[in-house]
Design a protein around this ligand. Structure first.
Ligand code: ZN
Length: 490
């Protein structure tokens, strides 16, 4: 990892992007103290040991997931699994972070020692005078993997299933307007862990010491955040879609065949077309399993009221839960969050939790409880989009495919690591590591008088009226595609 970070940072464009983004975010949050942009703006950064030692350290985020190397349909599907760790320089700007080649392989084993050496000793690179230090911040993973890494119980259907508070399974269906649960702290966790190690029984959902306990600045209570992709896109949003579609049929508002044909006939516009979800059929609703990728599922959730605009108002009991969840989703998926929104988010999540218990009690899962912690999570670690699993999973897919397609079972970790390092070496041989595309398509020069009056006025106000204007049908700017006649929220 040390060598690959070194080669990575020796690329002038990478170093330039890193430093520019850190300076930009720090100056923006200095000017506007209400803004939460990165991990550095949350409460957790103030107590991070490595950041306390050196405030200028670059942040490193980890991700962990498994790869099955046997036939996924065969009888031995769960027998041979490899645990892969990835790292990401957390200070890169959002667009660069989302590129898959910004995520790199840390190891196909537990490599905590390497990360510690970067935090303690740092490293030098050609593109920067002075020594660079690094600070570990968070580990992203799905709930099961996170509980495994943190030494928590690996079951969400009994006992103390939440890694953020001391709720127990029998209290999960009591509205949080009537009761509240103590949050786990580092001190209380250590006390319970000592008892666990002494008596060899599980206490408060703690099973064992974390495998990563030697990693500097790591603590199971503060370094293992919830993930919006698993909790929302593949969690509560799916519960909502499922219950709405089922309610249409049960209440004889629409038959299953009508639901299917509406989902099939809906025309997705240019920007959404690539994420068009597969049609949800009756068998999917019966099995409570809606297919598709996380982005397809989130798109379906967001367009559900448009697809069923004429009938959704008839679900007078479920509609308020859907509206409440949409409001929550709009905040937790935002890249910039304001501190005053968090109190509102807390109220919204508690309302959502209470409404679910009252109106859809059969669907109250552990994830419905996790949702209620998001305001505290954001207060600690900044916007959840900075530590979601979505892009990491994109990178992980490369290894998942490679593991089964390479058909090499002699030394699978070696094959995977070698193939990845060769690919990385190729990327590092180019002048620029990040090839951010800027490209206009179908362009023509236009006269400012052809522009609408409102736009002309704006241009005059900002003294841009004397420039030459080029109109383009499609514009790719820093990897983001802008198409004419589509709407973008910036
Ligand atoms: Zn909890």
């Amino acid at each position: 990892m040390k060598k690959s970070i070194q080669s990575f940072l020796n690329k002038p464009d990478v170093m330039d992007l890193l430093i520019r983004n850190i300076n930009e975010t720090i100056s923006t949050t200095k000017k506007d103290k209400d803004l939460l942009l990165t991990y550095r703006d949350g409460k957790a950064a103030a107590t991070n040991q490595s950041l306390q030692k050196n405030i200028n350290s670059f942040l490193i985020q980890l991700y962990s997931d498994e790869v099955g190397i046997t036939n996924p349909l065969g009888p031995k599907k769960d027998e041979k699994k490899l645990l892969l760790f990835y790292y990401l320089l957390d200070d890169l700007c959002p667009i660069v972070r989302s590129l898959l080649y910004s995520i790199n392989l840390l190891g196909i084993c537990l490599s905590k020692l390497l990360t510690n050496s970067l935090q303690q000793k740092g490293l030098t690179v050609f593109t920067f005078t002075g020594r660079l230090y690094f600070a570990f911040d968070l580990i992203a993973a799905d709930n099961l993997a996170v509980h495994d890494l943190g030494g928590f119980q690996k079951n969400f259907n009994h006992g103390h299933f939440c890694r953020m508070c001391y709720v127990s399974y029998e209290y999960k269906s009591i509205p949080l307007t009537n009761i509240s649960f103590l949050l786990r702290t580092e001190i209380s966790h250590e006390i319970h862990l000592k008892q666990v190690l002494k008596s060899n029984i599980h206490i408060c959902g703690i099973n064992d010491t974390s495998d990563l306990s030697n990693l500097i600045a790591f603590h199971p209570v503060k370094s293992l955040p919830f993930d919006i992709m698993h909790d929302y896109s593949e969690g509560v949003c799916m519960i909502m879609i499922n219950s709405i579609l089922k309610a249409f049929s049960v209440r004889r508002i629409l038959a299953y065949a009508q639901i299917e044909s509406r989902l099939e006939d809906f025309k997705y516009r240019q920007n959404d077309e690539s994420n068009k979800p597969p049609v949800t059929k009756q068998k999917h609703l019966t099995n409570n399993h809606i297919g598709g990728s996380a982005s397809q599922k989130r798109l379906l959730f967001q367009l559900l009221h448009v697809i069923f605009n004429d009938v959704i108002d008839r679900l007078t009991d479920i509609l308020p839960i859907y509206i409440c969840l949409r409001e929550i989703v709009s905040i937790v998926f935002a890249t910039k969050i304001r501190k005053p929104w968090l109190a509102y988010l807390k109220t919204l999540t508690i309302t959502f939790h209470s409404l679910m218990i009252e109106r859809l009690p059969d669907y109250v899962t552990a994830k419905v409880h996790f949702i209620t912690h998001y305001s505290e999570l954001i207060k600690r670690n900044g916007p959840p989009r900075n530590y979601w699993c979505q892009r990491f999973q994109g990178k992980h897919l490369y290894f998942k495919r490679l593991a089964t397609r390479s058909c090499s079972f002699k030394n699978v970790p070696f094959t995977l690591a070698k193939r990845h390092q060769l690919r990385l070496a190729l990327l590092l041989s180019y002048d620029n590591f990040h090839n951010l595309i800027d490209k206009p398509v179908s362009t023509k020069i236009i006269n400012p008088s052809q522009l609408p009056v409102e736009i002309r006025l704006l241009l005059v106000q900002h003294q841009y009226d004397l420039l030459t204007y080029i109109e383009s049908q499609t514009l790719i700017h820093k990897h983001v595609k802008y198409i004419k006649k589509t709407l973008f929220l910036l």
